[in-house]
Design a protein. Sequence first.
Length: 244
Amino acid sequence: MDRDVLIVGGGVAGLSAGLFTARAGLDTLVVSEGESILERNAHLENYPGFPAGVDARLLLRMTRDQAERAGVAFADGRVTDLSPADDGEGFAVATAGGDRYPAERVVAASWSDASYLRDIDVGVVDRGSKAYADVEEGGRTDVDGVYAAGRLADEPHQAVVCAGHGAKVGLAVVHDSEANFYHDWVAPEGYFTGRDRDVPPACEEIDDAERRERERESRELLREYLAEPLDDEPTMHPSVADDE
């Protein structure tokens, strides 16, 4: 099955990109292996909307669930190769386990592995032990249809920055596709139509009853997430684990 968008990496950058592409109607698949580096965080302090901070693993779980609600699909695997598709349309993404996924566009959000980008001649900037994708506006690389988001695009090592950059890259993908631009704008009834304007593509107006129902659902779901602390513990840096 050909995907409109394949995202390599299931951290906040990749998930945020997927939120926007999926909600714009693009068939989106996230392929990732193991855990996000954010899971090493003992308590995330600087993410907006959480005055006393938030459990980083809970934030990841909530963001992944949000992406799933938006229509993002997920697959496990470590991506090892990115190459042009055999028919010249789009790309083929291969994993270490032998899975192969065709996609029209690819977003690389897999900090800190940039090795598979070299095979397709994406510019990679080496800085000692780190390597970053060389990107332009919107995370676009010098290979048309390939993007990079978050830390792999040399964004600062902060969750909110990487999430925001992932969203920006997701919007760039939407702009470069045939999809209607998703405005992230749910307006009260009459906001557009009350001014004799059509509701813009991918926007919507909702009446007061629908607004209250959506607020009820969001509060109820948040209570479920926050009812009990997660059993998951932060992951220690591998070098510390090796020393033990």
